[in-house]
Design a protein around this ligand. Sequence first.
Ligand code: NI
Ligand code: MN
Length: 226
Amino acid sequence: MTITYYGHSCFSIKIENTNLLFDPFITPNEKAKHIDINSIKADYILLSHAHEDHIADAEAIAKKTNATIISNFEIVSWYAEKGLTNAHPMNHGGSKSFNFGKVKMVNAIHSSAFPDGKNGGNPAGFVIESKEGNFYFAGDTALTMDMKLIPLTTKIDFALLPIGDNFTMGIRDASICAEFVETKKVVGLHYDTFGYIIIDKQEAKNTFKNKQIELHLPKIGETIKI
Ligand code: NI
Ligand code: MN
């Protein structure tokens, strides 16, 4: 499985020949000016919640690629009103099989309103099971005991976790989350994009290393194999 990082919480994962894009926030991101959204391939766009820093480019990329949006019912309905009807609604605890594997929508402790103030439903994370491996994308969330439920049903090969603190888990809580979901590989997200969430990357690496957990912090635009 390859992961390409597009900054903030946006990344794409290629599973066999299917491209999954998560939480696209690229054109407003000062740190991602070198990324051309027209070059991004997407068969599916998964949205964890309705905040601007997770959906900013979803409409443009969905229109260009005709990707299927996977998100909660409220978010899918909001895009349907804009004419984007190629979408799949889910809600927490539900799972669904797609051609690339199985998606389960799981709890996240956060908030979720659209930039226009409309209700974005409840925020979520996703657990993806596929032939090439299983992973957990936490979305924006606090550390929660609910994370302990995930390894009861799915062996997590790696997790993509927010580490920027202030709005989400910080470094220490994300390292506990990795223990809760029983994974030894983490990709850090949701840090350094703006002032509130600037982190000490060395401290992050050390915190995870002390728990024998690999922390990957790819550069924006970098593709890593995991
Ligand atoms: Ni958020
Ligand atoms: Mn966010």
